[in-house]
Design a protein. Structure first.
Length: 193
């Protein structure tokens, strides 16, 4: 089904179209939510809010962007709204670990069968430290870093979601990485003392 036909089916309230929407976007939306709010229950609640918003607003969707871009934009805004409301300071991560100086996430840990409690605790601690540092970034940098490095979206996709140019995305990512290095370096220096 072409995207325009799919959107029309959603606007008409056809159950199969809503089922297809959930099948196609449920994991992607949840992945975005858990990237911003790494607590499973909160991320699930936000993801549900995203789909309620999509269902309630599909008639207002103008088609200026792809449907997926519009949905990512709603998910990002819902997450930021949640963070602002709760002013959450501590975040609990899903299984991730720091990977080198690049500070991107090692996704291979998702598929490991090795669940030693010590390894899990170490990964949780690293995730908490990383998310605490990410949450100290200015909002624009935090959004761009999360969408690109954690959700693994391309610069072009991040550009479409945030309504910023690709060069702005590159600049924000550069500053976010620089700021994260400084924040994490400060954290580890305090831990040594």
């Amino acid at each position: 089904m072409k995207e325009q036909d799919f959107i029309e089916a959603l606007r008409k309230g056809i159950n199969d179209a809503y089922g297809q929407l959930l099948d196609e976007y449920q994991q992607k939306v949840f992945g975005t939510c858990i990237s911003f709010v790494p607590n499973q229950e909160d991320a699930e609640d936000i993801a549900q809010e995203v789909f309620i918003e999509v269902f309630n607003s599909i008639s207002k969707f103008k088609g200026d962007s792809k449907l997926s871009t519009w949905i990512y934009r709603i998910a990002t805004n819902k997450c930021l709204e949640f963070i602002r409301k709760k002013n959450t300071k501590k975040r609990f991560g899903f299984m991730q670990s720091l990977w080198g100086n690049d500070l991107s996430i090692d996704r291979s840990s998702y598929f490991t069968e090795f669940n030693h409690p010590g390894i899990q605790l170490e990964n949780k601690e690293k995730s908490e430290i990383l998310f605490a540092a990410i949450n100290k970034l200015p909002e624009d940098q935090r959004i761009v870093y999360t969408l690109n490095k954690i959700d693994d979206l391309s610069y072009k996709e991040v550009s479409e979601i945030t309504n910023k140019s690709v060069s702005s995305i590159e600049s924000l990512l550069f500053r976010a990485k620089k700021n994260l290095r400084a924040l994490l370096q400060d954290y580890y220096k305090k831990e040594e003392n």
